[in-house]
Design a binder for this molecule. Structure first.
Ligand SMILES: [Zn+2]
Length: 394
C-alpha cells in the first residue's frame, strides 16, 4: 500500500498531476472497474438511518467527510446524491447549496464551497424521500470538482442505507404547546454539533430537540429573563420514553443563570443534571439540563414508560430552561452518534416561523411568530420536525 500511496500523492501534491487528471475522461459516472485519480476523497462514518417526519416524508440525515488531498484549492461545484441501484438522482446541490452545508475547521457554516490545500470539511446532507417504497438501499455521490482550472466528476462516498428506524418512543413531556427547537433536519446548532472526542468525530446531537413550552398567549416566558421560574417549561416533569434501565443519573449542579450560555463550562458538565436511559438494542436517551435536586431515579434502576425522571431546569451548558432530548447509540452522550426515533402519538397544527423567531421570543418574551402546518394535526409514529408546536395529550 505504501507504494501505491507514494505513487499518487506526490504527483497530486506537486500540482503536475492535473494533466494526469485531465487526461482521463471526466465521466458523469465512473465505471466500477475504472481507476480514477481523485483530488478530493470522502467517507461516511455513520450510515444514514431514514426516519419518517411529521411532514409524512422520509428524511435521511448524514454527513460526508471530504478531504482535499492536493496542495491546491479544490472548488466543489455540484453534488448529486444518487440511488446506487436505480441511478435515480435523489438530490442535487449547486455550489451555493454546498457552501451552506459545508463545515470547515469547526465553523458550522462556510462562505464558499472550497477546500483549501490539504483541508478537510464535513458536508451535512439532508435527503427527502417520498414513501417507504422509494427508499434507496444504497447511495453514491457524484461530486464535480474544479482544481487549477480543470473540472472533473468524481464518484465518492458509496454508502448502504440502513432500514428506517423502528424505535417508537412515548413523549418525554406531557401537556400542550411544546416547541421542538433546533430539531430535525436542517437546523444548525444540534444537527451540525460534530465534536472531536476521544480521538474521533461524534455527532451525538444529530436528532436532538430542545423542547420549550408556550403559554396560552404564545410566550416562552412571562417575567424576568434571568429567573428560571419565568420560563413556561421550567419545572415540568420529564418522563421515561420507554421501559429502560437508568445508566446515568447526575444531580446537584445549580441552574446556570438564564440569558447567556455559561462561560468555561467543562465538557463533562455540559449536560448539567441529566438522566441517560438504556432503551435496549444499542439506543440511549438523554434528558439534559434538569432542575437541581429534581431527579427521581438512580443509576442502575429500571424504569417503566411514563415514569417521572425529574424536572426541566437550566443546569449545565444551557442559556434558558429547556429539555434537551436526544437518542444516540452509546451511553456517553458526547461520545456517541445521534440516531433517529419516532414518537408514538402527538398533535401539531402550527410551527414557529424560523429559528430566528424562536430566539427572538426567548429574548424578548413576546408571543412567538407561528404559521400553520399542512395536513392533519394528529400524528402517529413520526418524528416532530424542527419548530413544530406539539401537544402531548394522548
Ligand atoms: Zn440542546
Amino acid at each position: 500500500m505504501k507504494g501505491m500511496l507514494c505513487g499518487i500523492l506526490p504527483i497530486l501534491l506537486a500540482g503536475s498531476a492535473i494533466a494526469t487528471v485531465r487526461a482521463a475522461p471526466a465521466p458523469r459516472e465512473a465505471k466500477a472497474s475504472a481507476v480514477n485519480v481523485t483530488p478530493v476523497v470522502a467517507s461516511i462514518d455513520n450510515l444514514p438511518i431514514p426516519v419518517k417526519g411529521s411532514d409524512g416524508l422520509f428524511h435521511l440525515v448524514y454527513e460526508v467527510n471530504v478531504v482535499n488531498v492536493t496542495g491546491e484549492t479544490a472548488s466543489l461545484n455540484r453534488l448529486d446524491v444518487v440511488d446506487a441501484r436505480s441511478g435515480r438522482t435523489l438530490a442535487s446541490l449547486d455550489a451555493a447549496q454546498i457552501a451552506q452545508r459545508l463545515s470547515i475547521a469547526s465553523s458550522r457554516t462556510s462562505t464558499a464551497a472550497d477546500l483549501g490545500p490539504s483541508q478537510m470539511g464535513i458536508l451535512y446532507l439532508h435527503v427527502l424521500v417520498h414513501g417507504a417504497a422509494a427508499l434507496p438501499a444504497g447511495l453514491k455521490h457524484a461530486l464535480t470538482v474544479t482544481l487549477k482550472g480543470q473540472t472533473l466528476v468524481e464518484t465518492i462516498a458509496p454508502a448502504a442505507v440502513k432500514p428506517p428506524t423502528t424505535l417508537v418512543l412515548a413523549p418525554p413531556l406531557k401537556g400542550r404547546r411544546y416547541v421542538a427547537g433546533d430539531g430535525c433536519c436542517d437546523s444548525i446548532r444540534h444537527v451540525r454539533a460534530t465534536l472531536p472526542i476521544n480521538g474521533q468525530l461524534f455527532d451525538g446531537q444529530r436528532f436532538a430537540i430542545d423542547w420549550e413550552q408556550l403559554d396560552a398567549q404564545g410566550c416562552i416566558r412571562a417575567g424576568d429573563n434571568k429567573t428560571p421560574e419565568s420560563y413556561v417549561i421550567y419545572g415540568q416533569p420529564v418522563y421515561a420514553a420507554a421501559n429502560a434501565v437508568v445508566v446515568a443519573a447526575v444531580d446537584g449542579m445549580p441552574n446556570s443563570p438564564p440569558g447567556a450560555l455559561p462561560a468555561n463550562i467543562r465538557a463533562d458538565e455540559a449536560d448539567g443534571n441529566h438522566v441517560v436511559l438504556d432503551l435496549g438494542h444499542g439506543n440511549y436517551a438523554l434528558y439534559a439540563h434538569l432542575a437541581p435536586h429534581s431527579l427521581k431515579v438512580k443509576q442502575g434502576q429500571r424504569v417503566r414508560e411514563g415514569q417521572m425522571l425529574g424536572r426541566v431546569g437550566t443546569s449545565g451548558n444551557s442559556s434558558e430552561p429547556h429539555l434537551h432530548f436526544q437518542v444516540s447509540n452509546g451511553p456517553l452522550p458526547l461520545a456517541s452518534n445521534g440516531v433517529p426515533y419516532v414518537i408514538r402519538e402527538f398533535s401539531a397544527s402550527q410551527r414557529v416561523t424560523s429559528t430566528a423567531a424562536f430566539d427572538k421570543a426567548t429574548e424578548d418574551g413576546q408571543p412567538i411568530a407561528v404559521q400553520p402546518l399542512d395536513g392533519p394535526s394528529r400524528h402517529t409514529a413520526v418524528l416532530p420536525l424542527d419548530l413544530s408546536i406539539v401537544d402531548f395529550t394522548h
